[in-house]
Design a protein. Structure first.
Length: 450
């Protein structure tokens, strides 16, 4: 999706008294990115079912094609077939043009790790948002492993990289980031020796769950992973479960309206991704989890129902919980508008280096709807309960903010407009249609403006 396009589109939102029904959400973004990337360096063919057909994960497929990886699909049914280019087939080819990761931090950072061991020169860029985001966190470990990287202003894209034979490292970075962990592991599996990553706090663990499906031997515990390279990945068959970060918008919307009942089926229940359910349950929402049986690789999954209580309690989120909730924090801040008391998000300055500065942009967007939240240097303070009139808010081209503002607008006293709604396609194509169906139960509407 292009830069200009992210700013386009508009939703008209009419508030609701409640939500009800059952929904499916698109396949998981993090798992889709990883399955394609691992398939790209694996021996043989990798078949991915239910690959996420959204702008970020399509950017990953396009980027991999630029490295000569043959990819069929997605075929409209979500099937993607990747024919890998392991070292025995000459490895990744040198891209002839700059590789464009679009809006996707995961694409760019994981790709840097994936390509670091290959003796090719390439240039990477992205949209205006991605070009502002810090890349030093992957440049540093990958440079220590032996890759050469030149970046604008030292740590921004566009950047250029020349890979080659890598040395293994033990990496203990300052940020708990699954993207950094994954970049180092994807490089490490192709490097000679033992690579180890220690995280300051556990982040989502899809990479360490998925590598063994490609035949990689590794050791992992809470907050650390170790593997000995080089190891050749073997192509495999994976099915991607629904994305809990997308489901979070629907679960929060249900929790905010007493008596609402929303069931999301076929969603990943990976413990590093469903902390949002624990927060909603602590706030007083009823959360019913029905795990699918038997759980299927690479992730446990199942159906989750959230029922909105009469009263919501406030929360305090900080420390080790932050990486487990990183993409859900904006919509949880929206939930806090309905809680009885002060909710706090702290030690979450990572929110400032996402697709937008999510602390400032959310505070501004909610203020435009007439709701007041306080931006803190490292988080947000939300006094609840608040009634607010609704208004015209801007997503700042950030998909999670567009969807969070739509959820907020459903709880306003009057109609609202969310500008820059097209960016929901980054992770959740069809979001407005799904939320609209659920909100109709209480007279709410969310529609694309003509
Ligand atoms: O590894 C991943 O797939 C992701 C990790 C998170 O970023 P960080 O690891 O940089 O916090 C998250 O915000 C992003 O949506 C996806
Ligand atoms: C931060 C996100 O993604 P990325 O870092 O891949 O751009 C997100 O999807 O909220």
């Amino acid at each position: 999706m292009g830069e200009i396009e992210a700013e386009q589109g508009m939703w008209q939102v009419r508030p609701t008294t409640g939500l009800g029904g059952e929904a499916r959400v698109p396949p998981d973004k993090s798992i889709s990115h990883r399955a394609a990337m691992m398939g790209a360096i694996a021996e043989g063919t990798t078949v991915i079912d239910r690959y996420l057909e959204a702008a970020d994960t399509l950017a990953t497929l396009e980027s991999l094609r630029a490295f000569g990886v043959e990819i069929d699909g997605p075929d409209g049914q979500g099937r993607v077939v990747v024919r890998g280019r392991p070292a025995s087939r000459g490895g990744l080819a040198e891209p002839e043009r700059p590789v464009d990761a679009g809006n996707s931090g995961t694409t760019l950072r994981l790709l840097m790790g994936l390509a670091a061991a290959h003796p090719i020169f390439w240039v990477a860029t992205g949209d205006a948002s991605l070009r502002r985001r810090p890349m030093g966190r992957v440049i540093e470990p990958l440079s220590r492993m032996g890759a050469r990287i030149w970046a604008r202003q030292g740590d921004r894209a566009p950047l250029a990289m020349r890979g080659g034979p890598l040395r293994a490292i033990a990496w203990r970075g300052p940020v708990a980031s699954a993207q950094v962990k994954s970049a180092v592991l994807l490089a490490g599996v192709q490097a000679r020796g033992v690579t180890r990553v220690d995280e300051p706090a556990l982040s989502r663990d899809h990479t360490e769950r998925m590598l063994p499906l490609f035949g990689v031997r590794l050791f992992a515990g809470p907050g650390w992973v170790e593997l000995e390279g080089p190891q050749t990945l073997q192509g495999c068959h994976l099915t991607v479960p629904g994305d809990p970060s997308s489901a979070a918008f629907l679960w929060v919307a249900a929790a905010m309206h007493p008596g609402s009942r929303v069931r999301v089926s076929g969603v990943s229940l990976n413990p590093t991704r469903v902390e949002v359910l624990r927060v909603l349950s602590e706030m007083g929402a009823q959360v019913q989890v029905e795990p699918a049986s038997p759980p299927s690789a690479p992730e446990p999954w199942g159906d989750v129902t959230v029922v909105g209580p009469e009263r919501l309690r406030p929360f305090r989120i900080a420390g080790r919980r932050v990486p487990l909730l990183i993409d859900e924090l904006p919509v949880l801040a929206v939930a806090a508008l309905r809680a009885q008391g002060t909710s706090l998000i702290q030690e979450a300055s990572e929110l400032r280096v996402k697709e937008s500065d999510r602390i400032e942009a959310l505070a501004r967007g909610l203020a435009a709807l007439g709701a007041q939240v306080e931006a803190l240097p490292d988080g947000l303070r939300i006094e609840g309960p608040q009634r607010f009139p609704g208004g015209v808010a801007d997503s700042c081209g950030d998909h999670r903010l567009a969807m969070s503002l739509a959820v907020a607008a459903l709880a306003g006293d009057g109609p609202s407009v969310v500008k820059g709604s097209r960016c929901a396609r980054i992770s959740f194509p069809g979001f407005a249609e799904v939320l609209d169906l659920l909100a109709r139960a209480g007279g709410g509407r969310i529609e694309e403006a003509a």
